[in-house]
Design a protein around this ligand. Structure first.
Ligand SMILES: Nc1ncnc2c1ncn2[C@@H]1O[C@H](COP(=O)(O)OP(=O)(O)OP(=O)(O)O)[C@@H](O)[C@H]1O
Ligand SMILES: [Mg+2]
Length: 327
């Protein structure tokens, strides 16, 4: 593989439970200061996730072996590492914490879709202890995804100081970050990824106009859910619009943005242009949105290419067929 990608970001598991009742029936409004509740649930789904892991997994599905960089707990060794290794992810860049568990999202949903959730960052906070340059300086591109904030800043600066091209993908971490942190995370990025809501949030928090943002980054990619994606080229040229796959039954949107990024980067790494790369992104995203979980879909070459051809035409199918080595 000529092109060397590193994906930095969260590695986590989701523990999802469903409560066959209504939370509100258990709440006693004038006793909330003594709250102590336990819900008997009848379903537990444990899913592998985390943005960094989702992106690296999706790249592997598309035939690209990327280096995953993040921090986990020792529990990662029992099952998750083997899963990623078997999928074709390079897990040699992962830091294993001595004392903390892998990040975990625990969420219980009731019959009304009300949710009570907890996120434990755990070992993820140790990603700030990772020296990216110790893992290599020959990366063609490093994606800096949602992670421990200090880790994200450290990796971004390491790229900038060493002249390593990077893709800024702060997504959900935009919610807490102040404007100066966001400016630091995106300034000089070769690619900036976000959805349309986050693109507006970036402007609001940095105080930069849309043009200012474009002036600080190379290519800006804005995803719009079922309305597809807009690519703003680095040369200031006209936006490129790519539609999403149509007629997709959305079952679980979790991880859809991650898979889009992987598809786009797999295309870029294979030498395809931005339009083709986005078409790959939208097509793998369709498989993720119609599957429960973020690493539970299966891509087979024939169906993937058929789907891409149906959405974007025969020329697109042929280009991707020639460029990608997906199994
Ligand atoms: N309902 C859908 N049908 C078809 N494609 C979809 C649908 N939703 C999302 N996609 C594809 O996934 C891409 C990314 O979706 P979206 O903009 O919702 O990301 P996101 O908001 O970052 O999602 P998340 O953070 O939940 O992963 C879209 O550009 C589109 O190609
Ligand atoms: Mg997202």
């Amino acid at each position: 593989m000529g092109v060397h990608l590193a994906i930095t970001g969260s590695i986590a598991t989701d523990h999802l439970m469903t409560f066959p009742g209504k939370f509100v029936d258990s709440l006693v409004p004038d006793q909330l200061d003594k709250i102590s509740l336990s819900f008997l649930v009848d379903d537990l789904d444990v899913r592998r996730g985390g943005c960094g892991a989702n992106i690296a997994f999706a790249l592997a599905q598309l035939g690209h072996r990327a280096l995953l960089v993040g921090a986990v707990g020792r529990d990662f060794e029992t099952e998750y590492r083997g899963w990623l290794d078997a999928a074709g992810v390079d897990t040699s860049g992962i830091l294993v914490s001595e004392s903390r568990h892998t990040a975990r999202f625990v969420c219980t949903t009731d019959t009304e879709m009300a949710q009570i959730a907890t996120f434990y960052a755990g070992a993820m906070s140790e990603s700030r202890d990772i020296d990216l340059t110790a893992l290599g300086t020959d990366f063609d591109l490093v994606l800096i995804g949602p992670d421990d904030p200090d880790g994200m800043l450290r990796h971004t600066r390491a790229c900038r100081e060493n002249g390593i091209p990077f893709a800024a993908d702060p997504s959900q971490q935009l919610a807490w970050a102040e404007g100066d942190v966001i400016r630091d995370l995106i300034d000089g990025a070769t690619y900036l990824f976000s959805n349309d809501y986050e693109a507006a949030l970036i402007q609001q928090k940095t105080g930069w106009s849309a043009d200012d943002v474009r002036a600080h980054v190379g290519t800006q990619i804005v995803t719009r859910g079922k309305d597809g994606v807009t690519i703003l080229p680095a040369d200031g040229g006209a936006p490129i619009e790519v539609g999403a796959n149509e007629g997709i039954v959305a079952v679980d949107p979790t991880g859809v943005g991650d898979s889009f990024r992987a598809g786009f980067l797999a295309g870029v790494a294979a030498g395809l242009d931005h339009e083709r790369s986005a078409q790959i992104g939208c097509t793998i995203a369709a498989s993720v949105v119609e599957t429960k979980g973020t690493q539970e879909y299966v891509l087979d070459r024939e169906n993937f290419l058929k789907r891409l051809g149906a959405a974007y035409g025969e020329a697109a199918r042929a280009d991707v067929d020639a460029a990608l080595t997906l199994a």
